[in-house]
Design a protein around this ligand. Structure first.
Ligand code: NAD
Length: 498
C-alpha cells in the first residue's frame, strides 16, 4: 500500500512512529494509502532544518524570493490536471472544484509575487532636526500552519505562500485525510528554487499539533479547522508565547429579501449549499427568506432545483458534487438530519437514502432540505458541514439581520436584494466578518483578506492580503541622526519634538 511520508529539508522522511492514518478514496470507500503520523523528534528535525534554512532565505533579497514564487506558480499551472486528480481522489470533490481549490491558492501566490513592493517600509524625513524615522518588516523565523481537509491546496498556500515570501521558513501540518497534494506542493516549491528546509511537511494528528504548539523555536502558528480545536490551538499556542491566528467553523446565512431575483437566488443557493457536498467554510447552509410569499416561492423552486442535481464520482464531469470525505462524516450528517426531524423541523427533501450504482461503498449522501427551522434548534446552532440546506423564515428585515448577527459563528453571510440601500445597511450592521451582496460565497480575493468573527476566528489578524503579511512579520522602527558640529549635552528627560 502507498505510504505518504513527511517532507523535511528537501527530502522524503520516512515516519518512524509506527503510527499511520488511513487515507481513503471517498468514491469507492477503499483505503488507498496510509499517512505516517509524526513523532515529536520528527517534528523537531523539521524545525531544526527550517531554522537553519531560514537564515539564508531571509537574507535572500525579496526580488529573488519573488522569482521563486513566479516559478512555483508556473509549475503548479503545468501540473494542474495531475494535482486536481489526486486532490479529488482523496477529498471527493469533483475535478473542476479541485482545480478551483488550487486556483484560489495560486491567487495568493500571485499576490506573494509582489512581495518586494508590499514589504517596503515607511519613511519620514526630518522627523526632528537632522532626524529621519523609518520602519522595516522583518520575518519571524520558523512558522507553522495546521490545515483542514476541505481545501488541501488553497489553505496551505494561503499560509506558506505569504510566510515564505516574506522570508520565513515553514512547517505545514496538513490534514491527515488528504495529505498527498500538500507534499506535492512542497516538492514543487523546491523545484521552483526554494532552498531545502524552507518548506517542510510533517503529517500527524493531535500529537503533532501539540508538538508544534509547544516547540520553543516556532514563532507563529496559523490554524484553520473546526472551532473547538481552533480555540484550543489559540489558547495553547499563545500560552507558549506564539503569535496565533486560528480560523474555525461556520454557519453562513443567505438573506433573501422580497425584491430579490429569485431565479438567480435559486441557482446561487444550489451551488453554495450543495457544491463540494457542503464541505466549505463559506458554504451557505442557511437561507432566510423574508416574508411568507418569498419563503413559499423559494421553497417550491428549491425543491425543483434540487431534483436537477447530480451526485456522482469526483471524475464525473457532469456531477455537481461528489462524496463527502469519510464514512464517519457521512454518518454525522445523517445524524444531524435525524435530529432535525426530532426537534420538529420539516424535512422537505431527504438525501439520506441516496446510493450511487456501482459505488455503494462510497461516502455519498444526497441533498437534503429542511423548512421551518427555528433559532433554538441544535441543527441550526451547530455546523453540519454537509449537503443540507435549512430554511429559517423571518418576518422582517430586522429579524433576518438578527439571525446571523446573533449566531455563535460569524464567518460569511450573503444578502440577495435589488435594493441598494437595504444591502448597504445590512453590510454595515451585520455582526459577521465577510459579507456578500448578491454574491453567495463571498470569499475575498487574495489581495484582500479572509477572516470571520466570533467563534469563526480566534486571534486578531486575517489570512492573506496585507493582514497576512503583518501576521508573518514584525515591524522594526529606526530613528536615525547623523550629527555634525558640537557635541550636545545629554538629555535626561524623554526626547520630545520641539
Ligand atoms: P478539524 O478541526 O478536524 O482538523 C483541522 C486540523 O486540526 C487538522 O490538521 C487535524 O489534523 C488537526 N486536529 C484534529 N483533531 C485535533 C485535536 N484534537 N487537537 C489538535 N489538532 C487536531 O477540521 P476538518 O474536519 O479537517 O475541517 C473542517 C472544519 O474546518 C470545519 O469546521 C470548517 O468550517 C473549518 N474550516 C474553516 C475555515 C475558515 O477559514 N474559517 C476554512 C476551511 C475550513
Amino acid at each position: 500500500m502507498r505510504t505518504i511520508s513527511h517532507f523535511v529539508n528537501g527530502q522524503t522522511l520516512e515516519g518512524t512512529s509506527g503510527r499511520f492514518g488511513d487515507v481513503f478514496n471517498p468514491n469507492t470507500g477503499e483505503i488507498q494509502g496510509r499517512v505516517a503520523l509524526a513523532t515529536d523528534a520528527e517534528l523537531d528535525d523539521a524545525v531544526q532544518a527550517a531554522a537553519a534554512a531560514q537564515i539564508g532565505w531571509a537574507a535572500t533579497n525579496p526580488q529573488r524570493r519573488a522569482r521563486v514564487m513566479f516559478e512555483f506558480k508556473r509549475l503548479i499551472e503545468r501540473d494542474m490536471n495531475a494535482l486536481a486528480e489526486i486532490l479529488s481522489s482523496e477529498h471527493g470533490k469533483v475535478i473542476a472544484d479541485s482545480k478551483g481549490d488550487i486556483q484560489r491558492g495560486l491567487e495568493v501566490i500571485e499576490f506573494a509575487c509582489g512581495i518586494p513592493h508590499i514589504l517596503k517600509g515607511e519613511y519620514t524625513e526630518g522627523a526632528g532636526p537632522g532626524i529621519d524615522v523609518y520602519s522595516m518588516r522583518q520575518p519571524l523565523g520558523v512558522c507553522a500552519g495546521i490545515t483542514p481537509f476541505n481545501f488541501p491546496a488553497m489553505i496551505p498556500m494561503w499560509m506558506f505562500g505569504i510566510s515564505i515570501a516574506v522570508g520565513n521558513s515553514f512547517i505545514l501540518k496538513p490534514s491527515e485525510k488528504d495529505p498527498t497534494v500538500p507534499v506535492k506542493l512542497a516538492e514543487l516549491m523546491m523545484e521552483a528554487g526554494a532552498p531545502a528546509g524552507v518548506l517542510n511537511v510533517v503529517h500527524g494528528d493531535k500529537s503533532a499539533v501539540d508538538a508544534i504548539l509547544t516547540h520553543p523555536d516556532i514563532k507563529a502558528v496559523s490554524f484553520v479547522g473546526s472551532s473547538d480545536i481552533a480555540h484550543y490551538v489559540y489558547q495553547t499556542g499563545t500560552a507558549h508565547g506564539k503569535r496565533v491566528q486560528a480560523m474555525g467553523g461556520a454557519k453562513n446565512h443567505g438573506i433573501v429579501l422580497p425584491d430579490a431575483d429569485l431565479d438567480q437566488v435559486v441557482k446561487d443557493l444550489s451551488g453554495a449549499a450543495f457544491g463540494s457536498a457542503g464541505e466549505r467554510c463559506m458554504a451557505l447552509p442557511v437561507v432566510v427568506p423574508v416574508g411568507k410569499k418569498t419563503g413559499d416561492e423559494l421553497r417550491e423552486r428549491m425543491v425543483a432545483e434540487i431534483e436537477t442535481l447530480k451526485v456522482g464520482v469526483s471524475t464525473d464531469a457532469a456531477a455537481h458534487y461528489g462524496p463527502v470525505v469519510s464514512a464517519a462524516h457521512r454518518a454525522k450528517i445523517a445524524d444531524y438530519i435525524k435530529i432535525g426531524v426530532e426537534e420538529g423541523a420539516e424535512l422537505v427533501v431527504d438525501g439520506r437514502d441516496f446510493a450511487l450504482q456501482g459505488f455503494e461503498k462510497g461516502f455519498f449522501i444526497g441533498p437534503s432540505m429542511f423548512d421551518g427551522v427555528k433559532k433554538g434548534m441544535k441543527t441550526y446552532q451547530e455546523e453540519i458541514f454537509g449537503p443540507v440546506l435549512q430554511i429559517v423564515r423571518a418576518e422582517s428585515f430586522e429579524e433576518a439581520l438578527a439571525l446571523p448577527s446573533e449566531h455563535q459563528y460569524g464567518n460569511g453571510v450573503a444578502i440577495f436584494t435589488r435594493n441598494g440601500r437595504a444591502a448597504r445597511e445590512f453590510a454595515s450592521r451585520v455582526n459577521v466578518g465577510m459579507v456578500g451582496i448578491n454574491v453567495p460565497i463571498p470569499v475575498p480575493v487574495a489581495y484582500h483578506t479572509f477572516g470571520g468573527w466570533k467563534r469563526s476566528a480566534f486571534g486578531d489578524t486575517n489570512q492573506h492580503g496585507v493582514e497576512g503579511v503583518k501576521f508573518y512579520t514584525k515591524v522594526k522602527t529606526i530613528t536615525a541622526r547623523w550629527p555634525e558640529g558640537e557635541v550636545e549635552d545629554s538629555a535626561f528627560v524623554i526626547p520630545t519634538m520641539k
